[in-house]
Ligand binder design. Structure first.
Ligand code: SF4
Length: 200
């Protein structure tokens, strides 16, 4: 655009010219200018997801389950296999086995439990932070399995801790354990989180 520059030396003429420019601008500014960011609306429609805080928290929890180490017997080897590269439990955000119960929110009971070990397992469970879940893995975890009638075997972990999902088998294969984990994730997705927000 060609700019015509005009020099004004008179104050009166300067005021008049300025007034004319202002009046012309007012005349042409009666309506708001259309939003130049209409493209932004389309981008937002494709990128914004509306949901509730409960849903987000439940999604985060079920996608990052960290199991406590609790492997008293032979089912443990299938759990270890499920964690290894072929079955790759890390696909579900839970490859980190925690040695500290305070950093864990899932107990997978991979093995026979004796009454002598039961207080320690219950103590591990009690030390885990809320919310927490338990998967009873294998026949021994569910009911004591082939050792059920033995005087020193706990006939199921549900005698000492609440169990959310039961995975049968002696031992269950990694696929069965993963199926149980998926069931638990579905269960967590349906749970009500009960968040209490404190005022700022
Ligand atoms: S269910 Fe079978 S494999 Fe698992 S701990 Fe009991 S005896 Fe061992």
């Amino acid at each position: 655009m060609e700019v015509v520059q005009r020099y004004i030396y008179s104050d009166t003429e300067l005021d008049r010219t300025e007034s004319e420019a202002i009046e012309a601008l007012k005349e042409n500014s009666q309506q708001p200018i259309p939003d130049p960011d209409r493209w932004l609306d389309e981008e937002l429609e494709r990128n914004i997801l509306l949901t509730s805080l409960d849903t987000i928290l439940d999604w985060a929890r079920r996608s990052s389950l960290w199991p406590a180490i609790c492997f008293p017997a032979c089912c443990a080897f299938e759990l270890i296999a499920a964690n290894a590269s072929r079955f790759d439990l890390s696909r579900f955000g839970m490859e980190i086995l925690r040695a500290s119960p305070r950093q864990a929110d899932l107990m997978i009971t991979a093995g026979t439990l004796t009454w002598k070990m039961a207080p320690q397992v219950k103590r591990i469970y009690d030390q885990m932070a809320e919310p927490k879940w338990v998967i009873a893995m294998g026949a021994c975890g569910i009911s004591g399995g082939i050792f059920r009638s033995s005087y020193n075997v706990v006939p199921g972990y549900n005698r000492i801790v609440p169990v959310d999902v039961y995975v049968p088998g002696c031992p269950p294969r990694p696929e069965a354990l993963i199926h149980g984990i998926r069931m638990l994730q579905n269960k967590i997705a349906k749970e009500h989180t009960n968040i209490k927000l404190s005022p700022l």
